[in-house]
Write a protein of this length. Structure first.
Length: 321
């Protein structure tokens, strides 16, 4: 935990990480060991993020690519998800779970780090490990928004013949460069496979993308949405439609310019069903207990902290399978 008094924590925070990427969750010590063993210098962008310094989105992407480049086999995948599970707060109350974003096309096709079978087996191993300590995991496939709908179909082509039961959703991430209305046919195809639809929106793109994702993309869950916090109409839309929004304070403040103060209180007070996630805790060091402490330090009262706790449980896909 950095810069936040852990004494601010409530004793009964749920052990729920509502948004975390497998590729961004690797333990920094493990990544440094792999880098040393293979003679690769850790990029300055990743060193800076590990020190808690802000980076432009391009610096974050460089750090993310470097770190995730070590997901080379089933055991590395198991280790990565294990590191994410270990970041859940030890004092957490049940239920405990993780909604885990995974980018199979990036790992298997684009970077060619391992086979799809190895990826599924590594996830399956780690999910079984988690189950033994009563932690549920649901996997959401992540496609790259700015690569466009053709890429989205390629993601589905890759996985649809071997979709494990722990995969429950399909999402877009990356740069919010392609309108969500263009993604609607991909989302429809994913939905026909039984997957639920999420999207990163209102993070590195304008808040208007949140409205586009909901009204024209058919998206049912939004990741971040922090750029929409200044638009009461978009907040009202999120609230009316009871759209879950995953908010990640450490990541948001590292990657989104001029996000101080963080808009989580504004979003909650507008009725938006926000919950907390860590996003990329291996690249931007944080844990879910620290995110709860940050939320409280934003001035949320007991009722609002209670709402945050309730939404975390009620909207977690890992608890609704
Ligand atoms: Zn994310």
């Amino acid at each position: 935990m950095t810069g936040v008094d852990s004494q601010l924590l409530l004793p009964d925070i749920p052990g729920i990480d509502r948004h975390v990427h497998l590729e961004g969750g690797l333990d920094p010590g493990w990544v440094r060991d792999q880098a040393d063993a293979t003679g690769q210098p850790v990029p300055a962008s990743l060193e800076a993020l590990w020190r808690g310094e802000s980076q432009p989105f391009t610096g974050f992407i460089e750090a993310f690519l470097f770190s995730s480049g070590f997901l080379l086999n089933r055991e590395a995948v198991r280790s990565a998800l294990g590191a994410i599970i270990r970041r859940l707060p030890a004092q957490a109350t049940d239920p405990r779970c993780v909604d885990l974003w995974v980018s199979p096309h990036f790992l298997v096709r684009y970077k060619q780090l391992l086979s799809l079978d190895e990826l599924w087996r590594g996830l399956s191993d780690a999910i079984a490990d988690a189950g033994r300590i009563n932690v549920s995991v649901a996997v959401v496939l992540d496609a790259v928004n700015h690569f466009g709908p053709k890429h989205g179909h390629e993601v589905l082509d890759l996985v649809e013949g071997s979709l494990p039961g722990f995969v429950v959703g399909f999402s877009t991430g990356g740069l919010e460069g392609v309108p969500f209305r263009d993604w609607a046919p991909v989302f429809e195809r994913a939905r026909s496979k039984g997957l639920r639809i999420a999207a990163h929106a209102g993070e590195n793109g304008p808040g208007e993308n949140v409205r586009d994702a909901i009204l024209h993309g058919g998206v049912e869950r939004i990741v971040h949405a922090v750029k929409a916090a200044g638009d009461p109409e978009i907040l009202a839309l999120l609230a009316e439609r009871r759209i879950p929004v995953d908010v990640c304070p450490s990541s948001n403040q590292a990657l989104v310019e001029n996000l101080r103060p963080h808009p989580l209180p504004v979003m909650l007070r507008a009725g938006v069903r926000c919950a907390l996630g860590t996003d990329d805790p291996g690249v931007i060091p944080c844990d879910i207990a620290g995110e709860w402490a940050k939320a409280r330090a934003m001035g949320l009262d007991e009722r609002e902290m209670g709402l945050l706790r309730r939404f975390a449980v009620e909207d977690a896909w890992a608890l609704r399978r």
